[in-house]
Design a protein around this ligand. Structure first.
Ligand code: AMP
Ligand code: MG
Length: 505
């Protein structure tokens, strides 16, 4: 009897260990789009990072988060009692080529949790061992990519760009076999959902209209409830997804972010940045910048991201044909009308952000040319993207020395600054006020590649999280200048020309 009571109480304790009341709505509503799976056990796991502020948004008590159960749950050693663990199915166009059978090969959804705002968030382990979708992979992750995703996704969040978040990073204590043996890691990712364009591609491939309808209904209720109340909810859903994605890519373009692997399986329909594999921030402004070692054709180069947005959404549109109208031609016509809006909608988002970056709040006809000219000079004079925008505010209040240092030949810059100041004067707002607001949108600190590598090297190979933790805290306040953080604002001396990133496998 005593033994039974012990088992029951320990189960209850486990169930409440993190205070998570998993909802398992994906498991309940989307049968056919996942396979139940479980995690590998890593008995020598050690927690390296826990995100306290995110945990409290999710209603997880810090005491529980930092307990032994926390380690066990975020390393996959223990299953939270009310969690139905599953690997999601999806297909995807990878570098333009369709692969019908992808799916979570190294990730495991623990379930969804309602955060304090009443929003449903997925909690997922990444690197937690093989699943039915692992194909030839080991389902594991090296620690380096885990820490990289943690740092860059949290930086993106601080830069106010929609993104998945990082709740925990674990060192498994077991090596993973890549080109060499590397320390293994597990990342706990929090997302508005993990529904991708590739999820729709997979559902569409099953030739089961009921399944894709269920996926669309789930997407409406979870992400775009307003679209459920209009005449053609599925067309409205498609338009809402296009709108969110256009806004996201405009954000990336405003900050010099290169995702690196914009395959349809890496594009979340909620409009969050997801799957931080070979992504990187650009230093010197060159629209053709590519960092990913596998992107030999430059398909996902910085300047191509807006056209890839439309390409990807066209793949999504194809899956919506049976949903939008019973008449295929009518469906295609309606979806094409929405697709044609993506470019102007994207441009509007981009223009609006770029206006703010150069201190404009009114809309004038020539603003787009003014912004384009600044970018053109920046490219020709090989100036740093982030610092060029940041130092504009200083120029506005009379100190042009900092921005001039960034441009190899500053004569053209002088000419542009004159035109720009004239335009700013039409705002009829004090320049100090404008400069202040510019500093709230143009970051000083971004996760620069050379600093990221330094921090990762120390963390992974020297077992020292000090540099990583300092960098993470600097990136949490990207807009506020702090003298002791000066090295994080500096561009690399060699312009990053030979920098290469790798998929996080
Ligand atoms: P990614 O490049 O991370 O977007 O992954 C593309 C596909 O490869 C997804 O289906 C992943 O689940 C799968 N994958 C990546 N790495 C592994 C791995 N180590 N083991 C199994 N599957 C993997
Ligand atoms: Mg992926």
């Amino acid at each position: 009897m005593l033994k039974i009571i012990k088992v029951i109480t320990s189960s209850i304790m486990l169930e409440n260990a993190l205070g998570i009341d998993f909802q398992n709505t994906f498991a309940r509503d989307l049968k056919g789009l996942y396979r139940e799976s479980s995690s590998s056990k890593y008995p020598s796991s050690e927690i390296l990072l826990l995100n306290d502020s995110l945990a409290s948004e999710l209603g997880i008590k810090l005491k529980n988060l930092h307990s032994k159960d926390g380690v066990d749950i975020f390393s996959g050693n223990k299953k939270h009692l009310n969690s139905i663990t599953l690997a999601q199915a999806y297909s995807g166009h990878q570098f333009g080529r369709f692969n019908p059978n992808l799916g979570d090969g190294r990730a495991l959804l623990l379930g969804e949790v309602l955060n304090k705002k009443g929003e449903l968030k997925d909690i997922q382990l990444k690197g937690s061992g093989p699943t039915p979708f692992s194909r030839r992979g080991d389902g594991k992750s090296a620690l380096g990519p885990v820490l990289r995703e943690y740092l860059i996704s949290e930086s993106m969040n601080a830069l106010n760009i929609p993104t998945t978040r990082a709740l925990a990073a674990v060192k498994t204590g077991e090596p993973v076999e890549r080109e060499t043996y590397l320390p293994g890691g597990v990342m706990t990712r929090v997302a508005s959902s993990h529904i991708r364009i590739g999820t729709y591609e997979y559902a569409s491939l099953q030739n089961d209209n009921e399944l894709i309808k269920r996926l669309a209904d789930y997407s409406i209720s979870r992400h775009f409830p307003d679209t459920g109340n209009v005449e053609n909810p599925y067309l409205a859903l498609f338009a809402a997804i296009c709108n969110q994605q256009a806004s996201l890519i405009a954000n990336w373009m405003s900050i010099g972010f290169i995702h690196g692997v914009m395959n349809t399986d890496n594009m979340s329909i909620s409009g969050e940045t997801i799957d931080y594999g070979p992504c990187a921030f650009m230093n010197t402004y060159n629209p053709e910048t590519v960092f990913s070692s596998i992107d030999v054709q430059g398909r996902y180069a910085f300047q191509n991201q807006p056209s890839i947005l439309t390409w990807n959404l066209t793949r999504l549109a194809e899956t919506f044909i049976p949903l939008v109208d019973n008449n295929k031609d009518e469906s295609v016509k309606l979806l094409t009308e929405v697709l044609q809006l993506i470019k102007p909608v994207y441009t509007n988002y981009w223009l609006s952000i770029m206006r703010s970056k150069i201190g404009l709040s009114k809309e004038e006809h020539n603003d787009i040319e003014l912004i384009a000219q600044f970018l053109e000079i920046m490219a020709e004079e090989k100036a740093d993207f982030t610092l060029s925008f940041r130092m504009l505010s200083k120029a506005l209040i009379g100190d042009k020395s900092k921005i001039k240092k960034l441009f190899s030949n500053s004569r053209r810059l002088d000419g542009w600054i004159m035109l720009w100041q004239e335009r700013v004067s039409q705002e009829n707002i004090a320049v100090e006020t404008i400069a202040n607001s510019m500093d709230k949108i143009n970051p000083l600190y971004i996760p620069r590649n050379h600093k990221v590598e330094e921090a990762l090297d120390e963390a992974v190979f020297k077992n020292n999280m000090r540099s990583f933790n300092i960098m993470l805290s600097v990136m949490q306040n990207p807009y506020d200048e702090v003298e002791s953080n000066a090295s994080f604002a500096e561009a690399p001396i060699n312009e990053d020309k030979s920098y290469k990133t790798f998929c996080g496998t």
